[in-house]
Design a protein around this ligand. Sequence first.
Ligand code: F0G
Length: 466
Amino acid sequence: MTSMSESAADGMYANHDHDNDAIAALIASDPNRPLSVLKCVDCGRTYELNDPIYTCPNCNGLLDIDHDLDRLRPYVSRALFDSRLNALDMPYNSGVWRFKELVFPGAPNDKVVTRGEGNTTLYRAPKGLAAWIGANQLALKHEGENPTGSFKDRGMTGGVTHAVLAGATSVVCASTGNTSASMASFAALAGLQALVFFPYGSVAAGKLAQSIAYGALSVQVRGDFDACLDLVRQSCRQFGIYLLNSVNPFRLEGQKTIVFELLQQRRWKVPDWIVLPGGNLGNTSAFGKGLHELYALGLIDRLPRIAVIQAEGASPFYASYKEDFRERKTMKADTLATAIKIGNPASYYKAKRTLEWTNGVVESVTDQEILDAKAQIDRCGIGCEPASAASVAGVKKLLAAGTIHPDDDVVTILTGHVLKDPEIVMKYHSDTLEGFTGTYANRLLTIEPTLEAVRALLSAERVTPA
Ligand code: F0G
């Protein structure tokens, strides 16, 4: 006889393979009509998923993974995604593959390369932080809690899985540090060779260390990120290496799940705003596509507004936005938030589409504003890397401008972990960052090993004994 608790346990351990079988049967039922195709966002031409292309061969436009939502509709529901919240088995225990039908429906479960990514915390902003920003309803989704410390893992599980299915043996990316850390990890896990191009001298220590430790061929290129990305594109064409920058649409399918998961954590209640930092604009593009799909499927009843925040010294998208996107602007990028030090964002057109779909806005913030916002986020115990803090600095600025209302329901995305860039933390808090002020510095102190020294310290720091 089966006891109540045993049958409950059966439910918990269910690996949901039948869901995969249902989609496999759907695909097999009409082999001439694929469930997902590559589709050019400009000219609309379609290509097979396994065609080794990253831009449209016809017009050079960016490619989307276009899912046949009408055929998928009967197979997806909030209830299905919610039922997997207690899944123990791979891949459904991942915060990406929990949404598999909308990410990569055809991927065989046993071929998925996953580290159980996603499942990151949605924090309600602690009082001090909320007050500093001036927002009454602010939540922070911390994507730095992913396995390699940034949101990139969500895209990489999709990208590397496709690389494996496409028979690739080596993968390449240009990176300001997080994509490379993530790619190096997932490639190692899948047994692929990884090649990384870094902009010379502009990558934070934690990120460089990860790429080297995970065994990637790690190369500093004497040029900026935009030059590295150019080199990657040429290398892929010339040497047939699989490209894993975010122009690879499988990356964006994974990154969409940041919004899927945050909506699920809010019991599918749509916020007024989702605010995120923008660099190469892959994430902005992914958010728009994901939201558009959820809305088309009737899984959400309205769209939130997206606010993209750029560092002032690396704000070409902001410059285009300011002029109603009459022209695609580029610039020589310069910011302490090295993750987003990008002057020619590759996903410009898809990001513009996201703004159109969501009535979105773009803002820019100074490096000093980023540093101070980071100090506040760090100080409340949550912590993030500089680029992530741009989003919070952006919320503060948009509130001050009246674009965001203090009672608006806002979710901001923290994209990377505090340990990614330890050097900037030490410099800010010792107030030795040239040209900037350690406004909220928490100095590292040194004392002799005597009780006298501790007494002097406690009184100087006004520490009250218990
Ligand atoms: N935040 C962090 C921590 C990042 O690493 C990046 C991008 C972004 C925000 C911007 O995201 O490019 O999708 O607009 N990092 C890439 C990299 C460029 O190589 O790691 P985006």
